[in-house]
Design a protein around this ligand. Structure first.
Ligand code: PLP
Length: 392
């Protein structure tokens, strides 16, 4: 177990059994030192580390810093409700509604935004209905549709890896009667590219007005591009738009499973029967604290964007182009099949993203701590030794 993990866990569990004030600042000070300073590298391997903890984890777009102290404290305090089925809940639904300027009836919680995506499939893909969406995009949604025996009409990305809005509109209009919903991941996973606010409007205005549009804003908090905007205002306009958000990324609560949908009341009512309603009681309190903890969010965003800029600049200096990203990950064009390279990285203790067909020469790299990014770059130079000359 790495030092970071050892003290993080001790801090969290310790908080359950001892005084609240016990929660140490050390794990976070340590994590931040790695992330911000760049120079203080964690020991690569310590005695007793299991294999997973020793990896640089750049495969799943997680937040490497862990939940902030205020979030940990809120969850620690809430542990006394662990024996209850979900209430008291810290007022999470009201807090989310307030955060977005909507009513509680416009909010549905999920065990991660993954559950919101699943519920959207179950609610809107009935009979012979299909999804219209870009390819590649968040494929787990498409896999879920497949498991429900529903098809996806996949629209390839443009040459610059942006989503092809006119073709998404055309596909939706052509198959109008059979479209369960349109899926728009913004920013898109795996590319990190945004859909601009004008393009979102173009899409919504260009398709029949009763077609639901699921807009997945899992990476919203990392966007810097002024051309981007959240699509929550369309919910207030009463359009059939479902905005999916998660606490897994900016708030570092991936393992605790909390996400939500913002949608018009009638849409939420259609979705609710398909939800399990099983969000754990503790993370609801953590979610409330996380929504209020804008200071930590700003820090996470800054350190992530700084490290993304540094790493992509280093790769470009080695002769490898990267796709401009507005998320906590990016793609680098390897100009060779990605699968063997992924395996080489693993041998060197670095977990990177899986292949994303049809982009089989692009590697997706999550932005980890400074130490992890430095290990990534070292491994990259070893695995792709001809990097410098390749640009030639
Ligand atoms: N949507 C996108 C685009 C994602 O990348 C992910 C996870 O990586 C999810 C949804 C699901 O996240 P979670 O279920 O942890 O909220």
């Amino acid at each position: 177990m790495s030092l970071q993990h050892t003290v993080s866990r001790r801090g969290f569990v310790g908080g359950l059994t001892t005084a609240l004030g016990y929660l140490t600042l050390k794990p976070h000070a340590y994590a931040w030192a790695q992330g911000v300073g760049g120079a203080s590298l964690a020991p690569r391997v310590q005695q007793g580390l299991d294999e997973y903890d020793a990896f640089a984890k750049l495969a799943n777009n997680e937040n490497p810093y862990g939940p902030s102290d205020v979030v940990l404290k809120a969850m620690t305090r809430a542990f006394k409700y662990a024996n209850r089925y979900g209430y008291p809940d810290g007022g999470i639904v009201e807090e989310i509604a307030k955060h977005h300027g909507v009513k509680p009836e416009n909010v549905m919680l999920g065990a991660g935004s993954g559950e919101i995506l699943d519920v959207s499939c179950s609610a809107f893909l009935i009979g012979d209905e299909k999804i219209v969406g870009s390819d590649p995009s968040y494929s787990i949604l498409y896999q879920h549709a497949t498991s429900l025996k529903a098809d996806t009409i996949k629209v390839p990305l443009l040459a610059d890896f942006r989503q092809d809005i006119p073709t998404l509109i055309k596909a939706t209009r052509t198959h109008y009667r059979n479209v369960g919903f349109v899926y728009l991941c913004n920013p898109n996973n795996p590319t990190g590219r945004i859909v601009t606010r004008q393009e979102v409007r173009q899409l919504l205005d260009g398709i029949p007005e009763d077609v639901p549009v699921l807009i997945d804003e899992a990476y919203h908090h990392f966007v810097d591009d002024p051309g981007y905007a959240t699509s929550v205002p369309y919910v207030l306009e009463g359009r059939p738009v479902i905005v999916a958000r998660t606490f897994s990324k900016i708030a570092a609560l991936a393992g605790m499973r909390l996400g939500y949908a913002i949608a018009p009341r009638e849409i939420i009512q259609r979705m609710r029967p398909f939800s399990t309603g099983s969000v754990n009681a503790i993370v609801k309190w953590g979610g409330v604290a996380a929504l209020r903890d804008t200071e930590t969010q700003a820090k996470v965003k800054k350190v992530t964007l700084d490290l993304r800029a540094k790493t992509t600049a280093d790769l470009q200096a080695l002769g490898y182009s990267t796709i401009p990203s507005d998320a906590n990950f990016f793609m680098v064009h390897l100009r060779r099949p990605v699968q063997p390279v992924i395996e080489e990285f693993k041998k060197k203790g670095v977990l990177v993203g899986r292949p994303f067909p049809p982009m089989l020469e692009h590697l997706r790299v999550s932005v980890g701590t400074a130490e992890e990014m430095s290990r990534f770059l070292t491994a990259f130079k070893e695995i792709v030794p001809q990097a410098r000359t390749a640009s030639g």
